[in-house]
Design a protein around this ligand. Structure first.
Ligand code: AMP
Ligand code: MG
Length: 491
């Protein structure tokens, strides 16, 4: 059954927990009139909303925080977190308010959250608002990640208005409506663990298992099973990030999802040229969250999560669970790299091949996405080296040798050209959200209130493996002049 906003069944299972876990809070109305600047039909489907529902004034009013919806409890969640390695005992949704949760006809529950809808008891020094630029970036990237097949929160729409917000400069505000089965973070558990509130901690974990991991409840120790499952999901998630060249930028434990989703898009970036030490967050001076640090940081964060479970599991069990991380990560990463290279399965012969390729790409600053996409078209037995590929390397002879070895491996292990090429094009996106693409959409929105570029990018990035011949320009490497757009935490 499809719903209008009035008939949308909203509940809030999280708000049935004691108020220790959240604060009840209403969105603050905007000062100036809000407009709906983009709507994502794919996300509306998840909520079983009627097509066209976004044309109503009610839609705009609800998703800009100017009108309440269906009496569900509106809450801001409480959490703590390790930020850049330092424990911060009190964080919480300082600018996000969950409107409630709806369960669709497939039985999937989706929490609906406004981000940027005004102050909450957790706002600390902040204004509770989000700027247009960061809202557009999160909106585009969460849908891009979904298009890439990577677990992520989703985005329903953006509303914006002329209300001023003060960052490094004066900007205008926007509200992103975000969807996730749960927004519980590692930091949600840390809040209670570090206050020795183990009864409440247990209640929170039981909630997570009951609603989001019901299959684990029959285990001898469901808490250990939960840890093992979150470790597995997180290891696989980060392997996927690495495979597409995604850098999160702020992998603090308050940004790590208990469901293994990509959560809280801030100064993220996709690799342009292949530089494993790439730091996408301008404020991350030490490179703690550099591209090649992400797998290690994932484990560090999981160790923080494991710590919070020690009232319920032995330290030995926690350690053994964490010991599985590298194995799970490596298996996933090897498999993803094998698929990127056109092989159905990883084998040991592919290891030196991958290593040599990445080292040459690093040396030559080869564009990561473009190279793999163009490699898809290689013909196994046509020994005339593909000239455009060769142009991407500083030492063409060395690359030639690599191609020879690669062709040999293809003959040995890969399906014939036609089916390999099709498979490779499902493993190597033609389009990723490069900073300059988001930047263009932001500039048009900020300067001209022209939101057409957001629309174009959403359509493109929701299907990044398709050719979209008319959009070829978006598949090119970033122009050199814009490769260094600096993105900071400020949002
Ligand atoms: P983030 O960097 O967006 O993951 O946010 C880190 C913490 O700061 C979270 O507790 C946020 O809710 C809070 N925060 C970020 N920006 C604001 C803001 N403008 N107003 C209030 N709280 C904020
Ligand atoms: Mg955050």
């Amino acid at each position: 059954m499809k719903h209008t906003l009035k008939s949308l069944p909203l509940s809030n299972s999280f708000a049935k927990l004691p108020e220790d876990f959240y604060a009840r809070v209403e969105p603050s109305p905007t000062l100036n009139a809000a407009e709906l600047i983009h709507f994502n039909p794919a996300a509306a489907k998840l909520l079983d909303l009627l097509p066209g529902c976004h044309h109503s004034t009610e839609f705009k009013a609800i998703f800009s925080g100017n009108q309440s919806i269906n009496n569900a409890a509106h809450i801001a969640m409480r959490y703590a977190g390790h930020q850049f390695g330092q424990f911060v005992p009190s964080l919480g949704d300082g600018r996000a308010i969950m409107l409630g949760e709806t369960t669709n006809s497939l039985g999937q529950a989706w929490e609906i959250q406004l981000k940027g809808s005004g102050m909450t008891p957790f706002s600390r020094m902040g204004d509770g608002r989000a700027v247009l630029r960061s809202s557009i970036r999160e909106y585009l990237c969460s849908e891009a990640m979904f298009g890439l097949g990577i677990a992520t929160t989703r985005a329903l729409c953006i509303t914006a208005c002329d209300d001023k917000v003060y960052r490094e400069q004066i900007e205008t505000s926007a509200i992103l409506t975000r969807l996730a089965p749960s927004h519980v973070r590692f930091g949600s558990l840390e809040y209670f663990y570090y206050r020795d509130k183990f009864e409440l901690l247990k209640q929170l974990i039981d909630y997570v298992i009951h609603y989001h991991y019901p299959e684990l409840s029959g285990n001898d120790n469901p808490y250990l099973a939960l840890l093992q499952e979150v470790i597995a999901r997180t290891a696989k998630l980060i392997a996927q990030w690495q495979a597409v060249g995604f850098c999160h930028g702020v992998m603090n434990t308050d940004n790590m999802s208990i469901l293994g989703l990509t959560l809280d898009y801030g100064p993220f970036g996709f690799l342009d040229s292949y530089n494993p030490h790439h730091i996408c967050n301008h404020s991350d001076h030490a490179g703690r969250y550099a591209y090649d640090q992400q797998p290690q940081v994932g484990l560090w964060n999981l160790a923080c999560l494991a710590q919070t479970l020690t009232p319920f599991i032995s330290e030995d069990d926690a350690r053994q669970a964490l010991d599985q991380y590298w194995q799970i990560f490596a298996t996933e990463q090897q498999q993803l790299m094998a698929r990127k290279l056109g092989f159905e399965n990883h084998n040991d012969d592919l290891e030196p091949l991958t290593k040599s390729l990445l080292s040459q790409m690093q040396q030559s600053q080869t564009d990561y996405t473009c190279f793999f996409r163009q490699l898809c078209d290689l013909e196994r037995d046509n020994n005339q080296a593909n000239p455009t590929l060769k142009d991407m390397f500083l030492e063409p002879e060395r690359f030639d040798q690599w191609l020879k070895d690669y062709r040999q491996a293809l003959r040995q292990y890969a399906p014939p050209d036609m089916s390999r090429q099709i498979d490779m094009k499902q493993a190597n996106p033609k389009y990723v959200l490069r900073n300059h693409m988001a930047q263009l959409a932001i500039e048009k929105a900020e300067q001209e209130k022209d939101y057409s570029e957001i629309d174009r990018l959403i359509r493109l990035l929701q299907n990044p493996f398709d050719e979209h011949a008319e959009m070829q320009g978006y598949a090119n490497p970033a122009p050199e002049s814009v490769e260094q757009i600096a993105i900071s935490c400020s949002s």
